[in-house]
Structures are given as structure tokens and as C-alpha cells.
Design a protein around this ligand. Structure first.
Ligand code: ZN
Ligand code: ZN
Length: 1009
């Protein structure tokens, strides 16, 4: 019977935990039985409510790495958990398909350097097709990663941001903006990337730590005061090329300015900067000759030096306001010289200073940020390359004071890392600044779970800048505005249907809502009858993905699911998706309402040493190769367990293999232990329920204690999940599995299972009923963390013993704490007990006495309450402490002062342990030492714990040890589950497969037959 049982049990749960095999098997089980789809259908029909959710679409432009995996695991955790609570959630995928990153990769693959070459050599049609191919390549990788990770997201219902139906619904946001006067065209100074040849939104400036230390010239130069002999304004800049587009000088109206005599010249600058600047310029001899307020300088004209080289500047010089001093509060009198030169074409503040005065904006740049013809001799030179030329020209004209390289922090393009250049360009803007109050109010109503990210997000939103949504690119959702070539009137189109109705010319056949086809649609101007052409822009890709709450759903679904209950993305999305979602939703609804009720920003994932993962460092851990070798469950548990989701996580493969693996392995072995014993005794969960056990009155204190601790764990785990403290929820599970069940409960009941005495069968069944209830509940609690292991245990242990259970663990209900099972007084009794046990252990350690060696007596000196608890659990205490007798005392008894006693204490508890071992104790201790070796041999030979072996042989014990051991052979037979234990002299006197073991200083030999 034992042999048969052994084979059967092995079939279900192998002797060791093999997660990769389990995961492969369960993946096939889920697919074959369509569990994911059935679960979705089931909850749609049977639920306690709907919870909205929208996927923050991964950009299909990169391979999924562990940082992505961590985010996806958090999403899946929430989905499984809330689904078990009875909710229906649209856990549907979504893909961010368009935008610059995709274009750049395709350009690289096609070997084109810039947009002009792209249009001429490749053409837009082919380019669009290549972009689609590129995203499909990544799509495959992402689907594979989701599959491996066990993410239950529905890929069939995925949204794709480049699809016509999506774009049409995205247009609805713009239509609302258009109607409310929030969508405007205008010249604005935008951050522009010369590499990508497109403007960046303000949210993209500084995105993903794109500030870099760069080197620029630090230039001091002079502009001569007009009509003066030797007076100059002293100015500083790090961007010499902007002198080509210079229009004004600015001073602070309240600043105290001075004329400083240096040699034969007088330099005008702010007073408090004279000393530091002179020191920096190494000028020792100087003298302040005159003081005057900034206001007094206003309106002074200066000689713009490059009129001969830039004819347009000579023309502009005639303008009454150009090349004059203005007063501006933004001038910082505590840096440089307090005199700032203004280039409205190349600076935001400069631009606004010009706008409000009606000063013309001079922007002589093409798309590659090379100077145009208007810039005269600079024509064709890339802006930053003009720096050196400008410095040289100043030198020639005697206007250069000093120049040296300086390293400073400067924003670069987050994609290509080109230094950004500020340019006034014709763009389309969402005037989100006009509704900023509403936006901030909406954001403040959201639950963020943690203060740090909340503050970061809100303070970013408060900047409230207009949102530049136009991009001069190809692969994007088109801006649906047509302009009349004759009268300049504009028309906004909000659907394909409307476009078709109004079209004057259109491409042949079916065409998609993309460039270049949509550009071929012309309309008739309703005002003058002229021809209208589409504005050539596409939309910012953040606008594209930010439209998902409305664009990915139908009207009906949108009503049901938005505002969504919970979204989560990386902390970098404060400037990204979380921002664009919010702005667009406020525009769409006109309400101070975010499209999400809660948003969890996750910390980023770094390498084991805490460095950012990057291609250049070669430390990116990709998901798919990782999960070829490592368990998805262990990874999932590690992501959630290691730290709070809001913290930056250092992903360390070595750490992954230790504790997280140990937790799952322990859960596995506990289930295996339960299954082996329960099957042996014919446990039937439908018959031997907890109610039945109560009727037969077979539950003991350890069982009540375990069931009580289980309720605590259910409550804690659920509460921590609600607060997004996934690490604390995982810690509660870890503690329960490793400490409570494995280290404390199992040792308390193990011996009761070592018999097959029919008279105690009901007691054993009571233990199984307790373990069934506890371990099954724990398996459910683990499901959102480790879905493969939970499903495997559910199928192989629970559903096998009770075939009436659900088809999958995912259909189970999330456990709720049962108040009637909680017994806090009993938990406290046990806590006191375990405190005393650990004191006994440390006393043993001090006296170098193994826990296996029984001792005669322990004295507990403690307050009444502790002694009461101890008395109520005395048998358990004696078992754990491995002591024959315990005495309780309020005061220290005299006899413990003799040498054979050791003592330890903690708080108000003192323990005295009698270390003297007589022959009996030595014999019993020896027996246990040897039994442990036999047990490990049993395990090694593959005997299940319940199997009874015929004989155990022990050879080459010393005569003294034989004498000590003899009285305990019967006890040993029970302990090692053998019918007989035989002692032999020399090992060659008996034929057996001997194993050698060390016993203190000697060698002994053990065999099992
Ligand atoms: Zn760039
Ligand atoms: Zn017109």
C-alpha cells in the first residue's frame, strides 16, 4: 500500500518544487481550457459591480524589460484580486503605435538622415508601411512576455492608437477644445530638437532625466551705447548664435546699475555683480563712476553690431522699438551682469517681452535649425555651429570681452539627446493654461496612495503651460484642420463621414486617416469658395495615447468605465500619460474631473547595483530571456515583495533566488506534506469539514491558534493590497507560510500524524480539515501574486480531493476574515509561549546544548499572566523546549544558583535551564541525533514521510553509545517509522547499502531496507 501511494503522490506533486515545469503545464491548461476568456465572460455576467480600467499603452518601440514586467505584474495582481472579489474589469490591452520613437527607428533602418531625405528618397506611403511593420515586430515580443509572466490581459480586445476608429474618437477631444476656443494656432517659442526635427511639448522637456551636463561657450561681450564715445552694455550668454536674432536688451527696473570705468571704457552693468564679474574677468583696475536705476536705462538705443552681415537686422533696426533697452521683472540681478540680451525668436521670455511691445520676431531658421537667407552671411549654418563664427566676428569688432568653455546642465532631447533649441514656430496649441485651475482641482481629488508622487504630479500641473500638440512629422494622428488658401478661413473636421461629405478632392478607393492620403483631401471654403488644404501637422503622440479613455471604448463602455477606478504607470508618467489623460478629459467633459479615481505611480526599476538600466551600460534585463531560465512566479513575488511599489527597485537575480524562492518552495512543500498525509488517511474534504470536526470535538489549541492567525493574515493581506502596499501584503503571506505554518504549527502536529492507529483517526482528520481550510485559503491569497503556483496547487491538491470545486482558482472568491475564528486571547497565550521557547533556545545556545537533546528541567520566573498562559499550553512548551519538566515561580528559587543551571531573560521573563544530563538524557539525545540521520537518509532514498520501512540498520557505534542507546530503540522505531531498528558491530558483518555519517568525533553507518 505504501509503494502504490508513493507512486501516485509523486505523479501530482514532485518531490522538489520545479516552478518552470509547473508554469509550462499551467500555461497549457489555461490555454486549452480558455480560462482567461471564461473568467472575463463569467465576471461580466456574475459580478458585484464594474471597475473601470484602461491600459497605459506600451510604446511598440522597445523590448519589454523587467521595469515593464514589474508594472504589468502590478496590473495583473489588481485584476486577479479584484476579480476574485467579484468585480468585472475591462482588462484589455492597448498599444501605443505612433510617434517619433517609431519614426526614428524606421529612419535609422532605412538609412535616412533627415526628414527631407525621407520624403525625397522613401516617400510617405512606404514610410507608413515600414512603421506598421516595425511595431508588429515589438508587438510579438510584448505578447510573448505577457504570456510568460502569466498576465491575464485580453489581447483580442486591444486598442491600437493608429487605427482609424481610434483616431476618429481622438478627434472628438480636439473638437471639444475647438468649440471651447482652447485649440489655437500661433507663434510660440517651443523646445525644438534639431535631430528629430520636431518641437517637443513642455512635458517632454526634462522627460526621463534628459537634462545633461553639456559644454557651451561662456561669453562676455559688449554692445555699444548709441551716440556715445566709449560707453558699453556688458552682456553674458552661453548661446552666441542668438546674437544673430537679437532684438533688445533687458534690465531690471528696480536694479541699481552702474558705469564701471575699465581702461578708457565705461561698462554698464548691475552694481552687485561688479566685483564677482571683474574677478572672473581678471580685471584688477576698475572704478565705479556713476550709479543709475534700471528704469533710467529704458529706451536707450545700442549699436547692433552685425547690421553689415545680416541685412534683415539693418532693416529691423529702423523699427522704433528694436535694439533698445527695456525693463523686465524677469531679469535676475544676481547672475551674470544683470543686462540680458533678448532674442524673441529663440527664447520664451524674450518672445513674450517682444509680443507685448509689438516688437517683431526674427526667426531665420529652417527645419534643420540652419539659418535661412534672411540671416545673411550665416545662411546655411546650423545654429549651434554659428556660435564660433559669432564669437570671431565680435572679436574682430573689438566687442569680445572674454570667452571660455563652461559645463552646465542643459535640456536635451529625451530621444536623441541633441541639445534642444528654443524657437518661435507656427504651431497648434491646446490652451490648457486657460483651464489650469480646473485641471489642478481635478488632480487633487485623485487618490495617489503615496505623498511623494502626488506632490510631484500636482506641482508639475501647477506650471500650467499651454500644450503644443502639433508635430511636423509623418507617422501620427493627423490634425483635422483645413485652411483656405485664398482667405485663410479654417474648418475643423471631426469624423471621416464629415470629411467625405465635404471633400472636394480625395484619394482613390479606401484610404486610412494618415498622411500622405489625408493630405490629398481638399475642401471647398464655405466663406469664399476657395480651396482648403489640411494643416500639415500630426498630433503629439502623448495626445494620441492620452485619448484612450474615450477612444478605446464605445460610448456605452465609456459611460460604464470612465472615470476608471485605478490606473498605474511609472513615475515618469507624471509628465507623460497621467498628464495627457487628465488634460484631455477635462477638455472633453468640461468638468473638474480626472479620468481616474486613483493613480499609483511606480518607482523605476534599476539594476542590482542601483544603476539605471540602459543600452549603453548593457545592464537591461529583458523579460523573455529572463523567463526562459527563471520562474515567472518567483519573479512576480519578488517584484511585489522586495519594496513598496513607489520605491525604486534594484533588481537582483541573486536575491530573487533566495527568500522569494524559499517562500514559494515552502508553500509547495506544505501542500505536499498535507496531500501525502491526507490521502493516506482517506481524508474527504466534503465530509471532514470544520463543522464536522467541531461536532467530533477533535480540534486542539494549535488548530484554533492556526485558524485564528489565518484570519489575521487574510485581514492584513487585503488591507495592505487596498493601500497598494504590496510589499507588506507579501510580507504577511511570507510570515504566515514560513513562520506560522511551517516553523510553528507543523512541529506541533507532526507527531500526531506519525501513526496509523485507527483510534486516533478522527484527530488526524481534524488536523487535515484545519490544514485544508488554511492552506486552501492561503493558496487563494497567493493567486494574485503567483498565479501559476496557486493554480497548480488548486488543481493538484484541492480540486483533486474535491472535484466539485471551480474549474480554475481564478473563479474562487477572495477570502474574508471570519470573526468567529479569531481568538486574540489564544494568540496572546501562544505569543508568550513562543517568547519563552526562544529564551530556552538561547540558553541552550549559551550552554552548547543541541535542541535535539532532551533536558531535565526548566524554571520560568515570570508574572502571573505569562505563567497562566504557559500552564495552559504546557505540553506544547515541553515539546518545543525539549525539556521533561517545567516549574513556574514568581521569585528565583535558591537551587538554580548551582553550576549546572544557565539562565536567560527578556523583559519580565527569566528562564533557568538545568544543563545536567544523566545517562537517560544522554541516551535519548543520542537516539535523536541518530534518528535525524536516518530521516535524512529516508528522504534521500525517496521515502514519503508516511511510508513505514521494514528495517533500519546502524553499525560501528562505540560500546558506550550502544549501552546508552539500547533503552530507546523502541522510541526510535516510532520516530523513524521503521518496523525494527538493528544495531551491528562492524559494518562488513552485515550486507547492506551503508551510508557513512559523522557523529561527534566518530563515524557511524546507517542503512535502510
Ligand atoms: Zn531629438
Ligand atoms: Zn476662403
Amino acid at each position: 500500500m505504501t509503494e502504490k501511494f508513493k507512486a501516485d503522490s509523486e505523479k501530482w506533486l514532485t518531490m522538489d518544487y520545479r516552478p518552470l515545469e509547473i508554469e509550462k503545464e499551467i500555461r497549457e491548461f489555461w490555454e486549452k481550457n480558455r480560462i482567461k476568456e471564461k473568467l472575463m465572460d463569467f465576471r461580466e455576467k456574475n459580478n458585484v459591480g464594474f471597475l473601470g480600467w484602461v491600459e497605459g499603452p506600451p510604446t511598440l518601440n522597445g523590448i519589454p524589460h523587467v521595469g515593464h514586467a514589474r508594472g504589468r505584474v502590478i496590473k495583473d495582481l489588481r485584476y486577479r484580486w479584484k476579480t476574485m472579489q467579484g468585480y468585472s474589469i475591462p482588462f484589455w490591452a492597448g498599444w501605443d503605435c505612433q510617434g517619433l520613437p517609431v519614426e526614428l527607428e524606421v529612419e535609422r533602418a532605412l538609412g535616412v538622415k533627415n526628414k527631407r531625405e525621407l520624403l525625397e528618397r522613401v516617400g510617405e506611403e512606404r514610410f507608413i508601411e515600414e512603421c506598421k511593420k516595425a511595431i508588429m515586430k515589438y508587438h510579438k515580443e510584448w505578447v510573448e512576455a505577457d504570456k510568460k509572466l502569466g498576465i491575464f490581459i485580453n489581447h483580442d480586445k486591444a486598442y491600437w492608437t493608429y487605427m482609424d476608429n481610434y483616431i476618429e474618437r481622438e478627434w472628438q477631444y480636439l473638437k471639444r477644445a475647438w468649440e471651447q476656443g482652447l485649440l489655437e494656432e500661433g507663434y510660440y517659442v517651443v523646445a525644438y530638437c534639431p535631430g528629430c526635427q520636431t518641437s517637443l511639448s513642455s512635458a517632454e522637456v526634462g522627460y526621463e532625466d534628459s537634462y545633461r551636463i553639456v559644454e557651451d561657450p561662456s561669453l562676455y561681450f559688449k554692445f555699444k551705447l548709441a551716440d556715445s564715445e566709449n560707453e558699453y552694455f556688458l552682456v553674458w550668454t552661453t548661446m552666441p548664435f542668438t546674437i544673430v536674432t537679437d532684438m533688445m536688451l533687458a534690465v531690471h527696473p528696480k536694479g541699481e546699475y552702474v558705469k564701471v570705468k575699465v581702461n578708457e571704457e565705461k561698462w554698464i552693468m548691475v552694481k552687485q555683480r561688479v566685483e564677482p564679474v571683474m574677478r572672473e574677468l581678471c580685471i584688477e583696475k576698475y572704478e565705479i563712476t556713476e550709479t543709475l536705476s534700471g528704469e533710467k536705462l529704458e529706451g536707450l538705443k545700442y549699436d547692433y553690431p552685425f547690421k553689415d552681415m545680416v541685412p534683415k537686422q539693418a532693416e529691423l533696426d529702423n523699427h522704433p522699438l528694436v535694439h533698445k533697452v527695456v525693463c523686465e521683472d524677469f531679469v535676475d540681478v544676481n547672475t551674470a551682469t544683470g543686462v540680458v540680451h533678448l532674442s524673441p525668436g529663440n527664447g520664451e521670455e524674450d518672445f513674450w517681452a517682444a509680443q507685448k511691445r509689438g516688437v517683431p520676431v526674427f526667426v531665420p531658421f529652417d527645419d534643420e535649425v540652419k539659418f535661412t537667407e534672411e540671416a545673411g552671411v550665416f545662411s546655411g549654418v546650423f545654429a549651434r555651429d554659428a556660435d564660433a563664427v559669432v564669437v570671431e566676428e565680435l572679436r574682430k569688432r573689438g566687442l569680445l570681452v572674454a570667452v571660455k568653455p563652461v559645463k552646465h546642465e542643459y535640456p536635451t532631447c529625451w530621444r536623441s539627446h541633441h541639445k534642444l533649441i528654443w524657437l518661435a514656430r507656427r504651431e497648434y496649441f491646446l490652451r490648457t493654461d486657460k483651464i489650469n485651475e480646473k485641471i489642478v482641482k481635478a488632480a487633487e481629488k485623485v487618490e495617489y496612495f503615496f505623498e511623494g508622487p502626488k506632490n510631484r504630479f500636482i506641482s508639475f500641473l501647477k506650471e500650467g503651460k499651454p500644450w503644443c500638440i502639433s508635430r511636423e512629422r509623418v507617422w501620427g494622428a493627423p490634425l483635422p484642420i483645413w485652411v483656405c488658401e485664398k482667405c485663410g478661413a479654417k474648418t475643423f473636421i471631426s469624423s471621416r463621414k464629415e470629411l467625405m461629405e465635404k471633400a472636394l478632392e480625395k484619394p482613390e478607393g479606401n484610404f486610412e486617416l494618415h498622411k500622405p492620403w489625408i493630405d490629398r483631401v481638399t475642401l471647398r471654403c464655405e466663406k469664399c469658395g476657395g480651396k482648403m488644404h489640411r494643416e500639415p501637422f500630426v498630433l503629439d503622440t502623448w495626445h494620441n495615447s492620452g485619448a484612450s479613455p474615450y477612444a478605446r471604448f464605445t460610448d456605452e463602455e465609456f459611460k460604464r468605465y470612465v472615470p476608471t477606478d485605478f490606473l498605474t504607470e511609472g513615475i515618469d508618467q507624471t509628465r507623460g500619460w497621467a498628464n495627457s489623460l487628465l488634460l484631455e478629459h477635462v477638455i472633453l467633459t468640461g468638468k473638474a474631473e480626472a479620468p481616474y479615481k486613483a493613480f499609483l505611480f511606480q518607482g523605476l526599476t534599476q539594476d542590482a547595483k542601483g544603476r539605471k538600466m540602459s543600452k549603453s551600460l548593457g545592464n537591461v534585463v529583458e523579460v523573455n530571456p529572463l523567463l526562459e531560465k527563471h520562474s515567472a512566479d518567483v519573479c512576480r513575488f519578488y517584484f511585489l515583495w522586495k519594496c513598496s511599489p513607489v520605491e525604486f527597485m534594484n533588481f537582483d537575480l541573486e536575491e530573487l533566488k533566495r527568500r522569494p524562492y524559499q517562500v514559494l518552495s515552502t508553500l509547495y512543500h506544505l501542500n505536499r506534506f498535507f496531500l501525502q498525509n491526507a490521502e493516506y488517511d482517506g481524508f474527504n474534504p466534503r465530509e471532514h469539514t470544520l463543522e464536522w470536526v467541531e461536532r467530533v470535538r477533535e480540534l486542539k489549541k494549535p488548530d484554533f491558534w492556526l485558524l485564528s492567525k489565518l484570519q489575521e493574515t487574510v485581514e492584513k493581506c487585503t488591507d495592505k493590497l487596498e493601500r497598494c502596499e504590496f510589499n507588506n501584503a507579501a510580507a504577511a503571506l511570507e510570515d504566515f507560510v514560513i513562520e506560522v505554518i511551517s516553523r510553528l504549527y507543523v512541529p506541533m502536529i507532526r507527531r500526531e500524524l506519525w501513526t496509523d492507529n485507527p483510534e486516533t483517526l478522527n484527530r488526524r482528520l481534524a488536523i487535515y480539515a484545519t490544514l485544508w481550510h488554511t492552506l486552501k485559503t492561503v493558496t487563494l491569497l497567493f493567486n494574485p501574486f503567483t498565479p501559476y503556483l496557486s493554480e497548480a496547487l488548486y488543481q493538484k491538491v484541492y480540486r483533486r480531493l474535491d472535484p466539485t470545486l471551480h474549474e480554475s482558482v481564478n473563479f474562487e472568491s477572495w477570502p474574508k476574515p471570519e470573526k468567529t475564528m479569531r481568538n486574540q486571547a489564544l494568540e496572546e497565550d501562544f505569543e508568550r509561549l513562543f517568547r519563552c521557547v526562544s529564551l530556552v533556545y538561547s540558553a541552550r545556545q549559551n550552554a552548547r546544548l543541541k535542541r535535539r537533546w532532551p533536558l531535565r528541567k526548566v524554571v520560568v520566573v515570570a508574572p502571573e499572566k505569562t505563567c497562566e498562559s504557559m500552564k495552559s499550553l504546557e505540553a506544547i512548551f515541553l515539546e518545543f523546549a525539549n525539556v521533561k519538566e517545567v516549574e513556574y515561580a514568581r521569585r528565583v528559587p535558591d537551587y538554580v544558583s548551582s553550576d549546572s543551571w544557565v539562565s536567560t531573560s527578556e523583559g519580565d521573563i527569566r528562564i533557568f535551564l538545568d544543563t545536567h544530563r544523566d545517562k537517560q538524557l544522554l541516551g535519548e539525545g543520542l537516539m535523536r541525533d541518530i534518528a535525524r540521520r536516518v530521516q535524512s537518509l529516508r528522504k534521500e532514498l525517496g521515502y514519503v514521510p508516511t511510508a513505514i520501512v521494514d528495517a533500519v540498520h546502524i553499525a560501528e557505534l562505540t560500546d558506550e553509545n550502544v549501552e546508552l542507546l539500547k533503552p530507546y530503540l523502541k522510541e526510535m522505531e516510532e520516530l523513524v517509522r521503521a518496523k525494527n531498528v538493528y544495531l551491528h558491530g562492524k559494518r562488513d558483518e552485515f550486507e547492506a547499502e551503508w551510508r557513512e555519517y559523522r557523529l561527534d568525533k566518530n563515524k557511524i553507518y546507517v542503512a535502510i531496507s
